[in-house]
Design a protein around this ligand. Structure first.
Ligand code: GLU
Length: 488
């Protein structure tokens, strides 16, 4: 059987789009599942769209996502170079071969002439604006003369009208196009660079790509590619066109409605494993209800046959949910490392909390966060005393006797020497029993005094994390401040 070779072929326009990530991921999964090769090819032949640093950016994003390629610009391989701008001679050579066989031709038409054809056809309301094949009629001598005189030219594909172009798509089944709707595509531009169609087909052939897996937006290019394969007499790869990515309102996923760059999700603290899991499910499922996957399970389960035709909705809520699920599966020592890295970027970098304390915060908060940064943002009170107190909770939970209850509790705490979690529990119960009150009467004002909030992790987790001195000082401060707020 032929070796499976697939490629991700982005144009370096600045960043890796999540749609691009989905394409890259499906190619990667398909290659890994079938013991094939995954190739990165940079399609940088559109000089107008060239963006400095875009290739490095793309490569970094792919690497962060764990999509290691077997061949590519920075890793080499037997089919290089893997940057199209370094392969210009090849495209020229193959375009000339097409010209020789009558499948392509030089076109010397000026911009003005092309413009007037366009305007004329617009007037006539033709369904598809097309070049009128004028230069196909030039004699050999006319062509030679133009070339000698350095008249600027492009090379065009000679599309024979009125033929059906039919191909099988793994996801869409049989796809048919009528060549009447296909313009005589430019293959080589006047700057000597190939167009997407030409470079893409030549490279897929020379790089022995077995399966072309790409977004649906390229489906309408495929008949042009099929013509090229036929004209060259080359074996065609298999095609699979992936469904569009949609916003929740079913419009095409766009930057206006949120982040589309992988680097933005990374910067916001999404986990690589969660993003991969989420993106894998944009148009594919294993045929069951399972939604949580690691990369190795995706490789095992993935198949192109189970990719949907219908557009896939990009649901940020689901990504957030998956992020939380993945986060909870990470072991606490690993989370500690991640939290320390994050803390370095915050105003708390100078706190120098020991590992034990940070681990206690992680344990207390693990079920309550979706992101690493929430080990800080959702519980700032572990890092600094509250600067304000939740007004609703004051109204609801701060009773006339709250200060005296808190003072009683504080007195118990003051007696403790190097208290452990159980000691706090004993002290708490003692107050409640001695005063014969419900636990809530103490717990609510105590939580408010220590954290400024009405919800959070278990009370005894909070006590042990804050420690004796901090508890005492926060109770004192809260009594003073809340009494002022309440005006009593
Ligand atoms: N360069 C195209 C892109 O930017 C590649 C499309 C294809 O895979 O054929 O997505």
């Amino acid at each position: 059987m032929k070796e499976i070779r697939v490629r991700f072929a982005p144009s370096p326009t600045g960043y890796l789009h999540v749609g691009g990530l989905r394409t890259a991921l499906y190619n990667y999964l398909f290659a890994k599942k079938n013991n094939g090769k995954f190739i990165l090819r940079i399609e940088d032949t559109d000089r107008n769209r060239y963006v400095e640093g875009a290739v490095e950016n793309l490569i970094n994003s792919l690497k962060w996502c764990g999509l290691t390629y077997d061949e590519g610009p920075d890793v080499g391989g037997n089919y290089g170079p893997y940057m199209q701008s370094q392969r210009l001679d090849l495209y020229k050579k193959y375009a000339e071969e097409l010209i020789k066989n009558g499948h392509a031709y030089y076109c010397f038409c000026s911009q003005e002439r092309l413009q007037s054809i366009r305007e004329e056809q617009e007037k006539q309301k033709v369904p598809q604006i097309k070049y009128d094949k004028h230069c196909l009629g030039l004699s050999k001598d006319e062509i030679q003369e133009n070339l000698m005189n350095n008249v600027p030219y492009v090379i065009r594909l000679n599309v024979i009208p009125n033929q059906k172009i039919i191909f099988q798509d793994i996801i869409r089944g049989q796809v048919e196009f009528d060549s009447i709707n296909i313009d005589d595509q430019i293959l080589i531009k006047s700057d000597g660079y190939p167009t997407y169609h030409m470079a893409n087909v030549v490279d897929d052939h020379l790089m022995e790509i077995s399966h072309v897996i790409r977004g649906e937006e390229w489906l309408s290019s495929t008949p042009k590619h099929i013509l090229l394969y036929d004209y060259f007499n080359w074996e065609k790869p298999e095609f699979a066109h992936l469904p569009l990515l949609l916003n929740p309102d079913r419009s095409k996923l766009s930057k206006r409605q949120g982040d589309v760059a992988v680097e933005d999700y990374r910067a916001k603290g999404y986990l690589q494993s969660a993003l991969i899991n989420f993106v894998a499910l944009l148009g594919w499922n294993a045929g069951d209800d399972k939604e949580f996957y690691y990369m190795n399970e995706l490789i095992e389960k993935f198949s192109l046959e189970r990719v949907n035709k219908a557009g896939a909705v990009f649901d940020l809520q689901k990504l957030n949910w998956l992020n939380a699920e993945h986060l909870r599966k990470i072991d606490n020592i690993e989370l500690l490392k991640m939290l320390k890295v994050y803390l370095e970027t915050t105003q708390y970098s100078k706190l120098n909390y020991d590992d034990e304390k940070l681990l206690s915060i992680i344990e207390a908060m693990k079920e309550r966060v979706s992101f690493i940064h929430e080990f800080v943002d959702n519980c700032k009170y572990f890092y600094e005393e509250p600067s304000e107190y939740d007004i609703k909770s004051i109204e609801k939970n701060w009773k006339e006797d709250s200060p005296s209850l808190l003072i009683k509790f504080k007195e118990q705490i003051e007696k403790l020497n190097n208290p452990q979690k159980e000691d706090f529990e004993i002290a708490f119960n003692k107050v409640v029993e001695e005063l014969n009150i419900g636990k809530g009467k103490l717990i609510h004002p105590l939580r408010l005094a220590l954290t400024g909030q009405s919800t959070g992790p278990g009370m005894f987790d909070i006590l042990i994390i804050l420690g004796k001195e901090e508890i005492i000082s926060r109770i004192d401060k809260a009594i003073k401040t809340i009494q002022i707020i309440k005006g009593t």
